[in-house]
Design a protein around this ligand. Structure first.
Ligand SMILES: C[S@@+](CC[C@H](N)C(=O)[O-])C[C@H]1O[C@@H](n2cnc3c(N)ncnc32)[C@H](O)[C@@H]1O
Length: 414
């Protein structure tokens, strides 16, 4: 037995263990997705890290830009699995992946089988070269790898049954809709008010206004930001010398910003009585607050801001917040009698701080009473030609190319 076959056998054992973990953690349900995870040697696509790291459920950073910001990764296996489950790729499908790395393209090739086709494109020539090499080395030479800006899709391989975007987008590019086959699906990490959700959208019948999309599932995820023509500008307001920052989306360009030292102003807290398990995600509540509160933004804090007790956001890496030109409010928590739970509330600073804290607490109560544990929100995408007064009811995001409407089944907005 030589060293290479020992390594391959050890890699196979680690890969099987990772796949079992993803099944146990409910990231994989479809046995075909599990088989693909057992088949594709992830370590070949991340040669810079040891085998044990290649088969840990973690993202592997591959490239930073000149300022140190990550711009290319091989994604976390859990996220890859959740998106493949959302995509429901079938044998014979033609699939376009936007954002390469090679690993996910190989998994897609396993799922399409020999009668299908996979094309993967990336804006970065280093990435396409690395993906090409990895796919050749692992036995997937028939995956097409091209360098292109994903904003324009890949017309030469269209139409696609599935388009899977693996980089954070701020809007649905018109080319993706044009290049989708009838009955097709797009899975895309979409940013909505500084929160990213991987959303699976199904194509709706062409109406007289053009193609539209309707979401069928949503899951929380994180990806690097899109570059090129679809790049989106997140706007940050830095408070207290950068210890705390607020992020706003591109369509909130005129949003007023609070004074840099707003957190020095007296603090007021309001409590909701709503208890959350410490492990329970706040993702639906955050989207509810994002679409019901004026001046919505997301507050994140450096570790030092937390240790100095300057802020106590929940969750600490990005809390729902409200801002105006003089005040700030954000979601917080305090221990509940059961140590596994926290009671949600809100803290405000500045002249409108009390009002902001009250609004955040009131909407938390409303979400808890009417939506918590329900089916979650639905997102619809309509072309700009669609008459604004005929859009479905809900919260309307006006993005660059499309109207996005977020609604909560069974709950009128207002
Ligand atoms: C998270 S990585 C993709 C991971 C990959 N799917 C895998 O198998 O692990 C995101 C990639 O998107 C690429 N990217 C960023 N903007 C893009 C654009 N406009 N078009 C195509 N690719 C883009 C980056 O270069 C980066 O390699």
């Amino acid at each position: 037995m030589d060293a290479d076959s020992d390594k391959a056998r050890y890699a196979g054992t680690l890969r099987a263990a990772l796949t079992d973990l993803l099944v146990r953690q409910d990231a994989i349900h479809d046995p075909r997705v599990a088989d693909a995870f057992r088949a594709v040697p992830r370590h070949v696509f991340v040669p810079s890290v040891p085998l044990e790291i290649a088969y840990t459920d973690d993202v592997v950073l591959m490239k930073r830009d000149e300022t140190g910001v990550p711009i290319s990764t091989v994604s976390q296996p859990t996220v890859v699995a959740l998106m493949l489950e959302q995509a429901d790729v079938q044998p014979g499908h033609r699939v376009l992946e936007i954002g390469s790395g090679g690993y996910n393209a190989a998994l897609l090739r396993e799922l399409t089988g020999p009668s299908g086709e996979v094309t993967t494109i990336d804006i970065d020539a280093d990435v396409t070269a690395r993906a090409r090499q990895g796919l050749d080395d692992t036995g997937y030479p028939d995956v097409q790898v091209l360098r292109a800006d994903g904003e324009f899709g890949c017309p030469q391989g269209a139409p696609y049954d599935r388009i899977i975007v693996t980089v954070t987008a701020w809007d649905i590019a018109p080319a993706w809709l044009e290049q989708l086959a009838p009955g097709g699906r797009i899975v895309v990490p979409l940013r909505l008010r500084s929160q990213t959700r991987s959303i699976a959208f199904d194509l709706r019948d062409d109406g007289k206004w053009g193609r539209s999309l309707e979401s069928r599932s949503m899951t929380v995820c994180g990806f690097v930001n899109m570059q090129g023509a679809g790049a989106n500008d997140e706007r940050f307001a830095r408070l207290h010398a950068g210890l705390v920052s607020l992020s706003f989306d591109e369509d909130q360009a005129g949003a007023p910003l609070p004074p840099e030292r707003v957190l020095d102003k007296p603090k007021v807290s309001r409590w909701s009585g709503v208890l959350m398990h410490r492990e329970e995600p706040l993702s639906d509540l955050d989207l509810w607050l994002a679409t019901t509160l004026p001046g919505y933004c997301v507050l994140s804090a450096e570790r030092r801001a937390l240790s100095k007790a300057l802020v106590s956001p929940v969750p600490r890496w990005g809390a729902s917040a409200m801002a105006s030109d003089h005040s700030l409010g954000y979601l917080t928590g305090r221990p509940a009698p059961d140590p596994d739970f926290v009671e949600l509330g809100a803290t405000g600073h500045g002249p409108a701080g009390e009002n902001f804290a009250q609004q955040l607490a009131d909407q938390t109560v409303r979400w808890n009473e009417t939506l918590r544990g329900g089916p979650g929100p639905k997102l619809e995408v309509h072309p700009p030609t669609f008459p604004a007064d005929q859009l479905p009811s809900g919260f309307h995001f006006r993005k660059r190319h499309h109207y996005l409407t977020l609604s909560w089944p069974g709950q009128p907005m207002g």
